[in-house]
Design a protein around this ligand. Structure first.
Ligand code: FES
Ligand SMILES: [Fe+2]
Length: 416
């Protein structure tokens, strides 16, 4: 599949309709969700041009610890080196492209390619090039594993394909402020559970996760303790979209009892204990700050109509001493899963709907204020990606921070 430059141009020219205030904006063009060629454009524009959340530092505490991950068909290796640094390398052998490692584990010494035993160290340097002693003009230094830029943010590992990428942290300042009392850096993750592929577009899943409007309907009953979403402004330069939803009572949680199952995290005020903060750290990481835990998930595209998921829970390190800790954790996961089942059925349905010849972008309800914000994040990535590809387009892509609602608009209830 190759990039269709006319298609990219059409989408860019249409984006202005999707990035305004919520009461004036509409959804993205359908190509963005269903087209193979547009997905190919996104691979370049979004996934090669953004900081990618990949996991947590405590997944690889010791030198030689590693995990592998595939982001939009790009196999990556996240490995801790002898000096304690976290490196993100291409997981593709530079000899004949066998993948070096699978899953997660520990390598002592070099990373050995299974096919012909070339060996790379944790910085990506080629240490053993077996069979190459007679090769002319062969310098091992020319055959190291490509190494991505790495930034650790609150215990989350992010990587960027561009070694000169602008730093990530300033783009997450709003999330930092919201997350500070939770002490994310000191929380401990469970091992991520990998599932999929599921039949929907990666953006459909982020939309579902960051949009509270559907919870009154799709999750009726299950979500009733958390009826009250609020919204925050998105400014140009913001790397994430976030919004809190308020609970009816303190320390509630997503399970049939609506009660938190661990102790509230130390440092939270009553306000925090009465809300969940949802964060879409696009394009891969989604998480929710709860009074007693943080659920996090990686949403990894497999083509335009598929995702793989990595799901895990962060908890306080002292929580393990609570009676029945493992059972409590398993109830947290099961509680979230009840909602996931409903969201999955909706996401799969939306994906089928978006393939319809009759599908056109719809208008947003006011409780979907986060969706034009997601669109602005995407518009920036699309615009910058198109510029790198040299795709000219007519309408300038505007993404500046816009008010949540249009101040001059008259809002009428349209139920009839
Ligand atoms: S493909 Fe890795 S050593 Fe040959
Ligand atoms: Fe949902």
């Amino acid at each position: 599949v190759s990039i269709d430059r006319d298609e990219v141009r059409r989408v860019l020219d249409a984006l202005a309709a999707s990035t305004g205030a919520v009461d004036a904006a509409q959804g993205l063009p359908m190509e963005c969700y269903v087209s193979d060629s547009f997905h190919e454009f996104e691979r370049h524009a979004v996934f090669e041009g953004s900081w990618l959340g990949l996991g947590r530092v405590e997944q690889i505490p010791e030198p030689g610890d590693y995990f592998t991950i595939e982001v939009c068909d790009e196999p990556l290796l996240v490995i801790r080196d002898r000096d304690g640094g976290v490196n993100v390398l291409s997981n593709v052998c530079t000899h004949r492209q066998h993948l070096l490692l699978e899953g997660h584990g520990n390598v002592s010494g070099v990373v050995r390619c299974p096919l012909h035993a070339w060996g790379f160290d944790a910085s990506g340097a080629l240490r053993y090039a077996t069979g190459m002693s007679r090769a002319v003009d062969f310098d091992p230094a020319d055959h190291c594993l490509p190494r991505l830029a790495v930034e650790i943010w609150n215990g989350f590992i992010f990587a960027h394909h561009d070694p000169d990428a602008e730093p990530l942290a300033p783009t997450l300042a709003k999330v930092d402020d919201a997350a500070r009392p939770y002490g994310l850096e000191d929380l401990v993750t469970t091992e991520p559970v990998v599932t999929g592929p599921f039949p929907w577009n990666w953006k459909t899943m982020f939309e579902n996760g960051i949009e509270p409007f559907h919870t009154h309907f799709l999750h009726k009953g299950q979500h009733d303790f958390a009826p009250d979403p609020t919204f925050v402004e998105w400014d140009d330069g913001d790397g994430a979209v976030l919004h809190p939803t308020n609970f009816k009572e303190l320390d509630q949680s997503f399970n049939p009892l609506w009660r938190g199952l661990l102790e509230p995290l130390p440092g939270l005020t009553e306000e925090h204990r009465r809300q969940v903060m949802f964060v879409a750290a696009l394009p891969t990481l989604y998480f929710g700050l709860m009074p007693d835990h943080v659920f996090w998930m990686l949403i990894l595209p497999v083509g335009p109509g598929g995702v793989m998921l990595h799901n895990a829970i962060l908890h306080h390190r002292d929580a393990t001493s609570l009676p029945n800790f493992d059972e409590r954790m398993s109830w947290i996961v099961q509680g979230l899963n009840l909602l996931f089942v409903e969201d999955s059925s909706a996401n799969a349905s939306v994906q089928r709907g978006r393939r319809s010849r009759y599908a056109t972008p719809g208008r947003y309800a006011s409780e979907e204020a986060t969706l034009p914000q997601v669109n602005r994040w995407l518009a920036r990535a699309y615009r910058d990606g198109a510029a790198r590809l040299g795709v000219e387009h007519e309408t300038p892509v505007s993404i500046e921070g816009r008010p949540l609602v249009n101040e001059t608009a008259t809002i009428k209830e349209t139920a009839t």
